[in-house]
Ligand binder design. Structure first.
Ligand SMILES: Nc1ncnc2c1ncn2[C@@H]1O[C@H](COP(=O)(O)OP(=O)(O)O)[C@@H](O)[C@H]1O
Ligand SMILES: Cc1ncc(COP(=O)(O)OP(=O)(O)O)c(N)n1
Length: 268
């Protein structure tokens, strides 16, 4: 029996390769986890935006989950773009049935260009079915506002939001700081029910940030797969994304992707 760590992403495909399944698998590979995928939606997307979305039929999402469960138990998994309430319900019930652990939930809602990656009427399903299964929930600030129904304008609001999301059942929460105003450093706030920890970063003023949230959550997932603790996993993910934004590839004419090789080149 191999003890190669296996990480699963349950997310949408980004044809441009910067976010979604593609960003997740590249990140898993870079951090030493064998990547597996369940595709929930196919997007026609590039650095300029999302041109079209085709949701995968829920039966096919369930079949992909079953194929993995029948043969390959993931040491960790992440969810990304889930698009609809029915996909959220199917994914949640399968995670529960298979008793998969180390569940990272990135509550993807809106792409950088403004396209809706989660239907508005699916937010309640996300709160009810998936949040209680999250070992680590990684909202950005607008997502945390949607999930809590509260405006987040300062540090106290972020701490209150993290506590609220913990109350909804997520065991650990990282409210990411990328959407803070440009004059603020991108500090990510971690809460596990007891400790509030700030993970500091250095803000890079750039348009090359497509897929930052996916990459950050995928790095946490890969680290959990290889046996790191949640805090160690977030620490590595923060360094990974900082490096990935620092060394842009300058691909495409819009919001270019981050550089998934940069961390390994510097640290390994
Ligand atoms: N311009 C930036 N410079 C440095 N780090 C950033 C920048 N933008 C985002 N990050 C970091 O990237 C990660 C993803 O954050 P964020 O952009 O808030 O998420 P999302 O992509 O889901 O909107 C976080 O760790 C955040 O602090
Ligand atoms: C297929 C797909 N999934 C998720 C996203 C959103 O990714 P994110 O990392 O939040 O990056 P931006 O869209 O904000 O650049 C996506 N675009 N496509």
């Amino acid at each position: 029996m191999s003890n190669t760590p296996k990480a699963l992403t349950i997310a949408g495909s980004d044809s441009g390769g910067g976010a979604g399944i593609q960003a997740d698998l590249k990140t898993f590979q870079e951090l030493g986890a064998y990547g597996m995928s369940v595709i929930t939606a196919v997007t026609a997307q590039n650095t300029k935006g999302v041109q079209n979305i085709h949701a995968i039929p829920v039966e096919m999402v369930a079949d992909q989950l079953k194929s993995i469960a029948d043969d390959l138990r993931p040491e960790s998994l992440k969810t990304g773009m889930l698009f609809s309430a029915e996909i959220i319900e199917a994914v949640s019930s399968h995670i529960e049935e298979y008793q998969w652990t180390n569940v990272v939930v990135d509550p993807v809602m809106i792409a950088k260009g403004g396209s809706e990656l989660l239907k508005k009427d699916a937010i309640e399903a996300l709160k009810k079915h998936l949040l209680p299964l999250a070992d680590i929930l990684t909202p950005n600030i607008p997502e945390a506002e949607q999930l809590t129904g509260r405006k987040i304008e300062n540090k106290q609001d972020r701490e209150d939001a993290a506590k609220f999301l913990h109350g909804l059942g997520a065991k650990k929460i990282v409210i990411k700081g990328g959407h803070l105003p440009n004059e603020n450093e991108p500090v990510d706030l971690y809460y596990d029910g007891e400790r509030m920890i700030e993970f500091e970063g250095k803000r890079i003023i750039t348009t090359q940030t497509h897929g930052t949230g996916c990459t950050f959550a995928a790095a946490i997932t890969a680290e959990l797969a290889v046996g790191k603790s949640p805090i160690e996993a977030v620490e590595t993910a923060k360094t990974f994304i900082q490096e990935a934004i620092s060394a842009p590839l300058h691909l495409g004419s819009g919001h270019g992707p981050t550089n998934h090789w940069a961390y390994r080149r510097k640290y390994q």
